[in-house]
Structures are given as structure tokens and as C-alpha cells.
Design a protein around this ligand. Structure first.
Ligand code: FEO
Length: 172
């Protein structure tokens, strides 16, 4: 069974993951409004992945005879200056999430709670991917600069993104 303090921290992280989902949904809407459906689709897939992250922790708490909570959070930002501004925001957001996951890992290590450590190892690897993909697009948008044709090519590429095997919301 989970300790109360670890359960509280995991419930906070469910909230953080669902907040992340709303950040990406808001970004998706921004891109859609700018006539960039590929970027919008990429963000929509990211929204689904964040929901799955939240549900993964949600199910874990209940599987451990705990009580997962649905906590409220503030509205996400809704406006950005440019596609680069959006992805720079996304990259720094993921870096903050990585710090949250690392703090959860450290808490589980201190108790110790081995099952939470295993779960957090999955999230630590996931964060490497999350930061990598956001940073790659930041770099590509910097290369594209003000070139509309380069942005449109990138839009087409990003529109090919589909949901990955780890985004189904199960704990596998
Ligand atoms: Fe669930 Fe993008 O971290």
C-alpha cells in the first residue's frame, strides 16, 4: 500500500499531467487557427499522450489500494507569438515536468517504495523522449526562420504523427 505522502504527490502529478494535456490542446487550437493543421495534429496527439500519462498514474494509485483524485487546475495559456514561441514553451514545460518526475523518484527512493520507483523509471525514459522531440522541433523552426515554405514542409511532416504504443493509458 502507498504511504499517504507518496499518494498525495502522485495525485499532484496526475493533475500536472492533465494540465499538460490542456496546454497541448490549447496549442493545437492555436495552430489550427493559424492554418497549420499538421502542427495542430501533432499537438492533438501530444494531448492524448498526456491524458494517458495521467491515467497511468491514476490506475497505479488505485491498483495499490490507494485513492486517485481528480484535482482542478488553472486554464492553460492560449496565445503565442509564433510557432517557435509555442515549441520553446513546450520544451521548457517538459523540462519542468522532468524535474517533477525526478522529485517523485527521489521521494519513492527515500521511503523506499519499489513499485513507484519502477513506474517512475518509465516516466523518466518518457521524459527523455518528450524533451528530445520538443527540442528537435525548436531547432528545426529556428532553421526555418521566416521561410513560409519551410514551415509548410514541417507542417506536412508533423501531421504524419500518430499515437505511440505507450499512449493508450494502460500501465504496460
Ligand atoms: Fe507527461 Fe509531457 O510529460
Amino acid at each position: 500500500m502507498l504511504s499517504q505522502s507518496l499518494q498525495d504527490s502522485l495525485n499532484e502529478q496526475i493533475k500536472n499531467e492533465f494540465y499538460s494535456a490542456h496546454v497541448y490542446l490549447s496549442m493545437s487550437s492555436w495552430f489550427d487557427d493559424k492554418g497549420l493543421p499538421g502542427f495542430a495534429k501533432w499537438m492533438r496527439v501530444q494531448y492524448q499522450e498526456e491524458l494517458a500519462h495521467g491515467l497511468k498514474i491514476f490506475d497505479f494509485i488505485n491498483d495499490r489500494d490507494g485513492r486517485a483524485l481528480v484535482l482542478g487546475f488553472d486554464a492553460p495559456p492560449s496565445d503565442w507569438k509564433s510557432p517557435l514561441d509555442v515549441f520553446e514553451d513546450s520544451y521548457s514545460h517538459e523540462q519542468k515536468v522532468t524535474a517533477m518526475i525526478n522529485a517523485l523518484y527521489a521521494q519513492a527512493q527515500q521511503e523506499p517504495d519499489y513499485a513507484t520507483l519502477v513506474l517512475m523509471q518509465w516516466f523518466i525514459s518518457e521524459q527523455v523522449e518528450e524533451e528530445k522531440s520538443a527540442k528537435l522541433i525548436v531547432d528545426q523552426l529556428k532553421l526555418a526562420g521566416d521561410s513560409a515554405s519551410a514551415i509548410l514542409i514541417l507542417d506536412r511532416e508533423l501531421g504524419a504523427r500518430t499515437r505511440g504504443p505507450d499512449s493508450e493509458g494502460d500501465a504496460s
